[in-house]
Design a protein around this ligand. Structure first.
Ligand code: ZN
Length: 302
């Protein structure tokens, strides 16, 4: 029996996961997973729950997610109640104390980010509004990506102090590449400052603010509420009055109403992914901006 235990122990020690002490990081979305990979490098295993082509407000809570959460050392969430409809029961059922709210292995990425549209006065989810704590789609400003990466670095340093120099070095490298990319993106978007657009859901206010786009209205009457005939009519009139020629639609919404608005107003419908994984070629945080900015510019040129 002794030789068997000895060999088993050798096998455990020889396995790469043990040798490198990899942290299991679970992110609620693919955007956060991409940022965690940037900072964590090969010292972490990163996985995510919501896919980028799904509406992050409404994700089907599959049992397989519970298994993933059971093994997590760190859970990173978007916060601002984006995941409130599906993540809390999964966390609870995982029974993993390391990743519960307030534990060391729980990181709310919104705490360091710049949040827009924070409601003044009484906070309410009245009429089904899914943005009661401000706009949760804040990762669509690369400066918020920078802030979130910094938060992730601090958390990884805390959980693995021995790898602090490694994580800090990865963060510095990410920031250098982000600086260069931001210069490129800003230059590409500069000619289109002030362009009036309409979006389906309120996914793009941070993107619009960063690049000077003017969001005139939304296909949804309120965040999370499907279009109504009266709201659509009002929106069409406003778009004609202000000569809006672009409707940005997240890939998970029905195109029927946006297409009808497009026919009525002459505006072009752009299916624009707000997340990594929203379309096949957007495989990381940099490619998300490359793709969306290129899509926007190409449609403006036509
Ligand atoms: Zn939303």
């Amino acid at each position: 029996m002794k030789w068997f235990v000895g060999i088993a122990a050798l096998l455990v020690f020889a396995s790469p996961a043990f040798a490198q002490g990899k942290l299991n990081v679970m992110a609620s979305t693919e955007d956060l997973a991409s940022l965690a990979r940037e900072v964590g490098g090969d010292k972490v295993n990163v996985d995510s729950i919501a896919k980028g082509y799904q509406d992050p407000h409404f994700v089907e809570a599959k049992p397989s997610f519970i298994l993933k959460l059971q093994k997590a050392d760190l859970l990173i969430v978007v916060g601002r109640e984006l995941e409130i409809g599906w993540l809390p029961p999964l966390m609870q059922q995982s029974r993993n104390q390391k990743i519960q709210v307030g534990a060391a292995g729980y990181l709310d990425a919104s705490l360091g980010a710049q949040i827009l549209e924070i409601p003044t006065g009484q906070i309410t989810r009245a009429m089904g509004d899914v943005h009661p704590l401000g706009n949760p789609h804040y990762w669509l400003d690369p400066e918020n990506g920078r802030r979130v990466a910094k938060e992730i670095d601090a958390k990884l340093d805390e959980l693995r102090p021995g790898d602090k120099a490694y994580f800090d070095g990865r963060l510095a490298d990410f920031n250098t590449r982000l600086d260069a990319a931001e210069k490129r993106w800003a230059a590409s978007m500069a000619p289109y400052k002030g362009t009036k657009v309409v979006t389906y859901h309120r996914s793009f206010p941070n993107f619009a603010e960063r690049y000077g786009l003017d969001i005139v209205g939304y296909v949804e009457p309120r965040p999370g509420i499907p279009p109504t005939p009266q709201h659509t009519l009002d929106l069409q009139n406003e778009m004609k009055r202000q000569n809006v020629k672009i409707i940005m639609v997240e890939p998970y919404f029905d195109l029927k109403t946006p297409n009808a608005i497009g026919r009525d107003t002459g505006a072009k419908v752009l299916v624009m992914p707000p997340s990594v994984g929203g379309v096949k070629e957007v495989t990381d945080y940099f490619k998300l901006f490359d793709y969306d900015i290129n899509l926007f510019i190409e449609s403006m040129k036509k």
